[in-house]
Write a protein that binds this ligand. Structure first.
Ligand SMILES: Nc1ncnc2c1ncn2[C@@H]1O[C@H](COP(=O)(O)OP(=O)(O)O)[C@@H](O)[C@H]1O
Ligand SMILES: [Mg+2]
Length: 275
C-alpha cells in the first residue's frame, strides 16, 4: 500500500527556477526510501512540498489516503516529521530534555505523559544519559540524534531525513545511519532519506534518482547501480563493488552483483577457479 503518492508535481521558486517538473512516484508504507541526485536537483523541494511547507504549482500529493490541500494540511503535518541538515538550527531548549519536549508542548500532549515519551525516544537514539545536558555542548551526531528523538516523540507516520548526516564527521554519520537502520525495523514508520551516500541507498528498499527537477530513475538500488553508464552520464557515482562487477561483466565474464567486499572477493575467486 502506498502511503505517499505524488502525481505530476511541479514547483517553481521563480519564473526562471523550475525546481520540479512533473514529478511522479509512490512510496510504500513502512518502507525505507532514499532520494539521491545532485545539489539543486530538487530533493529538498520534494521534502518541503510533502510537508506542506511549499504549495505546488501543479500536480497532486496524497499522503496516507488524503489529498494534501488546505483542509488536510494540519492533519498531514502531524503525520510527517523532517530532520534537517544543520544540527545547530534545530535547537531551542536549555537541556536535551527541553529540546525533545519542544514539539510535544506544541502538540498539546498530556504533561503527565511527556517525561515517559521523552525517556522512550531518548533511549531509541541512545541519548538517555544526556537528557540534562546542554545541547550546545553536544557533538554534531549527538545533536542530530536529539533532533531525531524530538521528531519521533511526535509520533509521525513518515520521517524525512534531508541530508541529515552531511554536516557530520564520519563517526556522527555512522551514528545517524545506525539510528535510521534501526528505525527501519519498525514497519509502521515510513522513512525517506535524502542522501549523497550511495552505500546507504543500497541498504534502502527503494531509491529515487533526481536530476534537474525530474525523476531520472526509480527502483531498487541494486538494479539502479547496474546502469553505471546512465548514472555516470549525469555525473553520479556508483558503489565501488558495483564498478568492479560492471567492469568484469564488460570483459565477458559472468559474475553476479555484490554489495559486500568480502562476497565480491569470493565471487572473483570462484570466477578464476571456473576457468
Ligand atoms: N528558496 C529558494 N529560492 C529560489 N530558488 C531556490 C530556493 N530553494 C531552492 N532553489 C532552487 O531550486 C532548485 C532545487 O533546489 P533543491 O530542491 O534545494 O535541490 P536539492 O535539495 O536537490 O539540492 C535549485 O535550482 C535551487 O537553486
Ligand atoms: Mg537539499
Amino acid at each position: 500500500m502506498s502511503i505517499i503518492e505524488v502525481k505530476d508535481l511541479s514547483f517553481s521558486y521563480t519564473k526562471e527556477i523550475e525546481a520540479l517538473k512533473k514529478v511522479s512516484f509512490k512510496i510504500e508504507k513502512g518502507s525505507y526510501t532514499t532520494i539521491i541526485g545532485h545539489n539543486g536537483s530538487g530533493k529538498s523541494t520534494i521534502a518541503k512540498l510533502l510537508a506542506g511547507l511549499l504549495v505546488p504549482n501543479g500536480g497532486e500529493i496524497y499522503i496516507d489516503g488524503a489529498k494534501l490541500e488546505e483542509k488536510t494540511l494540519s492533519n498531514i503535518r502531524n503525520k510527517l516529521g523532517i530532520v534537517f541538515q544543520n544540527p545547530d538550527n534545530q535547537f531551542i531548549g536549555s537541556t536535551v530534555r527541553d529540546d525533545i519536549a519542544f514539539g510535544l508542548e506544541n502538540h498539546n500532549v498530556d504533561p503527565a505523559k511527556m517525561d515517559e515519551i521523552i525517556d522512550r525516544f531518548a533511549d531509541v537514539v541512545n541519548m538517555s544519559s544526556f537528557l540534562d545536558k546542554e545541547p550546545n555542548n553536544l557533538s554534531g551526531g549527538q545533536k542530530q540524534r536529539v533532533a531525531i528523538a524530538g521528531v519521533l516523540a511526535m509520533g509521525p507516520k513518515i520521517i524525512i531525513f534531508d541530508e541529515s548526516t552531511s554536516m557530520l564527521d564520519p563517526k556522527g554519520k555512522d551514528e545517524i545511519k545506525k539510528v535510521i537502520y534501526e528505525l527501519h525495523g519498525d514497519k509502521e514508520l515510513t522513512i525517506i532519506s535524502i542522501t549523497h551516500d550511495i552505500e546507504e541507498a543500497l541498504k534502502s528498499d527503494h531509491t529515487i534518482v533526481m536530476n534537474q527537477g525530474e525523476v531520472f530513475m526509480d527502483g531498487i538500488a541494486e538494479e539502479i547501480f547496474k546502469h553505471d553508464d546512465k548514472l555516470l552520464s549525469i555525473g553520479l557515482d556508483i558503489p565501488f563493488t558495483y564498478k568492479v562487477c560492471n567492469e568484469i561483466r564488460k570483459r565477458g565474464h559472468k559474475i553476479g552483483y555484490y554489495t559486500d567486499m568480502d562476497e565480491l572477493a569470493e565471487g572473483i575467486c570462484q570466477l578464476s577457479s571456473r576457468k
